[in-house]
Design a protein. Structure first.
Length: 274
């Protein structure tokens, strides 16, 4: 009677387990990313609800997209929710508040731990932002240290980008707009309000060019597998990256890190439907 396994039998068992593990690992990895994507989508849904509550309180207007720099237009970047300046640079405009766009929903957070329209600052954290070059802005410690901080010249960036293009807001250098800061007009445009931030290291993005400065849901080559997109009507949908890049091919420098990026004016509900 045999009392154990032979060496050959043990090797077969070990090899079988290794093969099964290699087959299941990608499945588990995709499941984890799908879970992170769902958290991100729910974050944007909360921002969408806050947007509509804010508009109800302010005669249908969106939170101001302007800031306290560049003659009141704010910096050109689309990721800050707070900007503060104490310097006397001539282009800086003194203000009693440095909130920008969705940052208004968190007003009062530093003092109370709760925003006026959003319960917590974690809404601005996507769990799939850890592979970009600027991943620190996707941490709670960073957001808490920067938001509503008036101690110096600083900005509070996030891993989400928001639309303050001339389609949505007026600017000092362009007093006309398609929406003039009104929610109902922005809804009719089918425009994007908030989405995963993306600033490619180079454009067009290509494997091997390096991780992007901002980017969520990245594949092994540093390219976004897709974007969770919040539209002004409050709906949120996942759009595969290839669909975004197909529409944007041939335009600008790509990404959505600046209010002048084609991402905001070339993409809308109609051409992102599938």
């Amino acid at each position: 009677m045999r009392k154990g396994f032979t060496l050959i039998e043990l090797l077969v068992v070990v090899a079988t387990i290794a093969i099964l593990g290699a087959m299941l690992l990608p499945v588990f990895s995709r499941a984890r990313e799908n879970a992170r994507r769902t958290v991100c989508l729910n974050n944007l849904k909360q921002i969408g609800l806050a947007t509509h509550m804010y508009a109800q309180d302010f005669d249908g207007y969106l939170p101001p997209g302007t800031g306290i720099v560049n003659n009141g237009d704010g910096s050109g970047t689309s990721t800050p929710i707070w900007e503060w300046r104490t310097s006397d640079h001539p282009t800086f405009v003194k203000s009693i508040g440095g909130y920008r766009g969705p940052g208004y929903f968190l007003k009062g957070y530093r003092a109370t731990g709760r925003g006026q329209y959003l319960p917590n600052i974690e809404v601005f954290i996507c769990p799939s932002s850890k592979r970009c070059r600027n991943a620190i802005v996707g941490t709670k410690s960073y957001l808490v240290s920067q938001f509503e901080n008036t101690s110096g010249d600083l900005s509070c960036l996030t891993v989400y980008a928001w639309n303050h293009s001339t389609d949505i807001y007026t600017h000092s250098w362009n007093p006309t707009s398609r929406a003039y800061g009104k929610l109902d007009k922005a809804i009719k445009l089918g425009a994007i309000w908030v989405t995963d931030a993306y600033e490619p290291y180079s454009w067009p993005p290509a494997p091997g060019t390096g991780a992007p400065w901002h980017g969520n849901h990245l594949d092994k080559d540093g390219l976004p597998t897709g974007f969770n997109i919040l539209f002004f009507d409050g709906s949120v949908k996942w759009v595969p990256g290839y669909k975004i890049f197909t529409v944007l091919r041939g335009y600008g420098t790509g990404g959505n890190y600046n209010h002048g990026c084609d991402f905001w004016t070339k993409l809308n509900w109609n051409n992102l439907s599938y």
